[in-house]
Design a protein around this ligand. Structure first.
Ligand code: PLP
Ligand code: COI
Length: 339
């Protein structure tokens, strides 16, 4: 096992032993290959460089008390990646091939899966790029699928602790093709200025409003939103947010715990009614929200006056993490054990 201070790693890139690659050429996918090279040799006219033919995913592997390594809902990431690819006319990778690649890259980098006690995990980053040369705006004929891994700790400061977020109407998450539902690098590049501004002011991130009317909560740059009131889990329904696999899982868990679940438009004013709120995602897990400040109206929506995570946030967090690390029964079939 690597000699790393596992409990104090942040969320960043760390070199591991191998990545896994697969090439699409002449209308078909080749075999999976392992590589130790951190670089890619790319044509300067590749479509990923000019027209943003690039998609990525994010999922995690966890080491349990029993020493087993578990991957969470990789079929969902495989499907979402296919959707993203279809949306920007890229070749789609078969689900089985995606799953085979995930198992291979985790196994090859087993010594980088953080130990159970650390609370850290192995982040798996699949990506695909258009590699063949084009100058006209057309899709590439060749694609490269790459999977790398890196051990990670909490995404937002402090992990399972409340932090403040902010709404700023001057920023849209200007997404290519007018939608944020594709997981493409361009969406995130468009969010860098907003994210940086929020960070400078001491916030974890910007919560975007719907770009059309600026009336409803969308999501932040790396996570979905949920609020809890009157024993109900409420999360935005929007065509411009990423369909989060974590959020989907939390809706199932919430329902199982006896909460009502509502997926619908969430007007900003409703923020004042929530007893708890959280940001959720693979990287974020559940990041309980202390408050959301409205930068423009100066209104503050406080969910945690004492700075502590609320009881439903905590229950959901413990349940989700329990399933991921193998402490809780996997009754939904969300886990793949790597052996
Ligand atoms: N929203 C955005 C914009 C994201 O980048 C992510 C992270 O991948 C999420 C939401 C959360 O999605 P998931 O739970 O599938 O990781
Ligand atoms: C994730 O949760 O996997 C994300 O992709 C968030 C961010 C690192 C882009």
């Amino acid at each position: 096992m690597e000699n790393i201070d596992w409990s104090n790693i942040g969320f960043g890139y760390r070199k591991t032993d191998y990545n896994v690659r697969c090439t699409y050429k002449d209308g078909k996918w080749g075999e999976l290959r392992k590589s130790t090279d951190e670089n890619i040799n790319l044509h300067m006219a590749a479509t990923c460089l000019h027209y943003g033919q690039e998609v990525f995913e994010g999922l995690k592997a966890f080491k349990g008390k029993d020493g087993k390594i578990r991957v969470f809902r990789m079929d969902e990431n495989a499907k979402r990646m296919q959707k993203s690819c279809e949306g920007i006319m890229m070749a789609t990778l078969p689900i089985e091939k995606f799953e085979e690649a995930v198992k291979m890259v985790v196994k090859l980098n087993e010594r980088f899966v953080p130990p159970y006690e650390s609370g850290a995990s192995l982040y798996i980053r699949p990506l695909m790029i258009g590699t063949s040369a084009q100058v006209g705006v057309k899709p590439a004929s060749e694609y490269e699928f790459i999977l790398f891994v890196t051990p990670v700790g909490p995404y937002f400061k402090g992990g399972f602790q409340t932090t403040p977020f902010v709404i700023m109407r001057q920023y849209d998450r200007a997404a290519p093709l007018g939608t944020g539902t594709f997981k493409v690098g361009g969406n995130y590049a468009a969010s860098l200025i907003a994210g940086n501004h929020a960070l400078e002011m001491g916030y974890s991130a910007v919560f975007y409003l719907d770009a059309k009317e600026k009336k409803y909560i969308d999501e932040c740059g790396a996570a979905n939103f949920f609020g809890i009131k009157n024993n109900t889990y409420v999360t935005p329904d929007s065509t411009s947010i990423l369909p989060s696999i974590t959020n989907k899982s939390l809706m199932t868990l919430a329902e199982d715990m006896g909460l009502k679940v509502e997926r619908r438009h969430v007007p900003i004013e409703e923020l004042s009614e929530f007893e708890e709120a959280g940001a959720c995602g693979t990287a974020a897990v559940i990041s309980p929200i202390e408050r959301i400040d409205d930068f423009d109206t100066k209104k503050s929506y406080v969910f945690s006056p004492d700075g502590k995570p609320g009881k439903w946030c905590e229950k959901l967090y413990i349940k989700l993490r329990g399933i991921q690390y193998g402490d809780e029964e996997d009754k939904y079939g969300w886990i793949t054990v790597i052996d």
